[in-house]
Design a protein around this ligand. Structure first.
Ligand SMILES: [Zn+2]
Length: 321
């Protein structure tokens, strides 16, 4: 099968835990992905909310240097892609097409930041993490304001330089600011709030988990904008403990499909960034997830769109320039 995964935190975990990308015990490693036919993967460098300014830049650079070194060591299996020729070359030679993203825009939060991000090879920027940063407010920040002026400025540059904006983690008002900008916008790893509200009965962190997901108005706008919504495998964003495996993934997907999301639905596993039900916990589980969805009545053409084609079409466009 082919796979295009919109979000994982593997690059950061390889650095933080000193784990090899080839066969480390993470949700994602090169060996576990070996059975895939074509593979594209967005590798995020996650910036914790406590890191700002110079500290955020330095952390980003350290993780990136380590990641580039891992790619060099494994260059027969994985290629970092800057443009469409790289993407084609990686796919035609059976390598994982790696695309760099930054989760939390703090390393690039100044007037020329997007130009620096472009130089680093960043193709997608998640505007905030859960808290506040220089450009806006995350979904856990208790603030209802939209993006800060710097955030709006960065979005204009992102439109100009063709770096896509990721609204996963952003608060609701920020979401609407981003969607009404001219930048390409996706939600790389978020599920349906409506589905979670209906099915999640344990209250522990239901409120926060629901806010990490997208409400129907947001999903409708993303569909209208021909965006992408990557289904997140994080247990608490899928359902109750024990109801957070295959069936829950199906439920969230079916809701987005019912809303007309056939061409925006994708995978944003969040591998190595969260706790995941064993049914879903690893890139080697992907064929079993696909088999489950086929059994549920998703046709071959639809599963190919969800697992690969929708995201591939979108990022072919992003990598154009
Ligand atoms: Zn995340």
């Amino acid at each position: 099968m082919n796979l295009f995964d919109l979000h994982c935190d593997t690059a950061g975990e390889c650095f933080n835990q000193i784990i090899p990308l080839y066969d480390g015990g993470l949700h994602y490693n090169i060996c576990k992905a070996e059975k895939l036919d074509k593979e594209c993967r967005l590798f995020a460098i996650w910036i914790p909310d406590e890191l700002r300014g110079k500290a955020a830049e330095e952390y980003f650079e350290k993780v990136l240097a380590n990641f580039k070194n891992e790619i060099l060591i494994n260059n027969s299996k994985i290629k970092l892609c800057q443009g469409v020729p790289d993407l084609n070359e990686a796919e035609n030679s059976g390598k994982c097409a790696a695309i760099l993203t930054c989760e939390g825009a703090s390393p690039f939060a100044d007037n020329d930041g997007v130009y620096r991000a472009k130089e680093c090879g960043v193709k997608l920027m998640t505007l905030t993490w859960n808290g506040e940063n220089e450009i806006g407010y995350g979904c856990q920040s208790e603030v209802d304001s939209g993006l800060k002026p710097l955030g709006k400025h960065l979005l204009k540059d992102m439109e100009k330089l063709n770096i896509a904006a990721d609204v996963s983690h952003l608060n609701r008002a920020g979401f609407f600011d981003a969607i009404s900008s001219g930048a390409k916008v996706i939600a790389s790893h978020s599920n349906s709030k409506t589905v979670l509200e209906k099915t999640r009965t344990d209250s522990e962190d239901k409120f926060f988990s629901c806010r990490r997901n997208l409400d129907d108005e947001q999903i409708k706008l993303l569909i209208e904008r021909k965006s992408l919504i990557g289904i997140n495998f994080c247990k608490s964003f899928l359902g109750d403990e024990g109801d957070d495996g295959f069936e829950a993934v199906y439920r969230h997907m079916a809701h987005i499909l019912d809303m007309g999301g056939e061409n925006v639905l994708a995978i944003g596993s969040d591998f190595d960034g969260c706790e995941i039900n064993p049914e879903l916990a690893g890139v080697d589980k992907m064929s079993a997830i696909e088999a489950f969805l086929l059994e549920k009545g998703f046709g071959k053409e639809l599963t190919e769109k969800i697992f690969y084609k929708n995201a591939h079409n979108f990022f072919e466009n992003v990598l154009q320039s």
